[in-house]
Design a protein around this ligand. Structure first.
Ligand code: SF4
Length: 249
């Protein structure tokens, strides 16, 4: 079996890895529906704490320092360190996950451990490699206690940092991994309703983006470890991403 066949076999058929110890909690749809996902007030508060002008005009080293020193929400008190992101800062491809898991919290890098191995295989299947024309980060930069799902206000607090990352990278395409990453669209919806189609990332009014960025949503690698049957759908989404990128370049 050649390498590509092995990758496709891994993506579509064979659950080679074990489920991680901590499972993702069920998202409280009723609570989420009770308030807007991106609240201007909380989003504004992190901007104020970081310094509105400072965040809007900072470079990569300054942004990393702002995130490292951030205490805008309660997640920072319970994590080991912030997980900023890694990769090519001029990448065409931006992959955005949900929140750092326990392994990422310890190592300080996104997508390590079993989910990281699967993401690397997903990238390899579409002839990409971590760090080469690819940047990887999460919506939320701090590990939530017990690996719980971040609250809507915590996501909103952290979003300005991701917006600045996007503004600096200016990727041609964003691939959002997991339902929480769909918060990039500014609203909440179930993953099956979001995947398999092309969306536009517009950013908030303060994001400074001059044009929309195409965005595709697919399963988070951790979800694929839990439900290997969805690997075939994830492969379809990756093919859509490749076809979209080919049109963009
Ligand atoms: Fe700051 Fe984001 Fe960490 Fe909250 S999750 S403390 S907003 S870096």
């Amino acid at each position: 079996m050649n390498r590509e066949e092995a990758i496709l076999r891994e993506l579509n058929l064979y659950p080679l890895w074990q489920q991680r110890a901590q499972t993702k909690p069920v998202y409280d749809q009723e609570a989420a529906a009770a308030q807007p996902i991106i609240e201007q007030e909380t989003s504004q508060s992190v901007m104020e704490k970081a310094g509105l002008q400072k965040l809007a005009s900072c470079n990569w080293p300054e942004l990393k320092t702002l995130v490292k020193n951030c205490t805008a929400c309660k997640l920072r008190a319970g994590c080991t360190q912030t997980v900023f992101g890694m990769g090519d800062v001029q990448a065409d491809w931006l992959f955005v996950g949900e929140w750092p898991d326990a392994d990422e919290d310890v190592q300080g890098e996104p997508f390590v451990g079993q989910s990281g191995k699967l993401l690397d295989n997903m990238l390899a299947a579409i002839k990409l490699k971590r760090g080469h024309n690819v940047y990887i980060t999460n919506i939320v930069k701090c590990y939530p206690p017990g690996n719980r799902m971040p609250e809507a206000n915590e996501i909103a607090q952290c979003m300005p940092y991701l917006e600045r990352q996007i503004q600096l990278i200016q990727p041609k395409l964003i691939v959002a991994l997991g339902e929480t990453a769909a918060f990039l669209l500014g609203y909440d919806a179930a993953l099956p309703d979001l995947r398999g189609k092309l969306h536009d990332y517009r950013g908030s009014p303060s994001s400074g983006l001059v044009k929309d960025i195409p965005l595709i949503i697919t399963y988070h690698p951790t979800d694929l470890l839990h439900t290997p049957l969805n690997k075939a759908k994830a492969w379809d989404d990756l093919c859509l991403a490749v076809a979209t990128m080919q049109r963009l370049v």
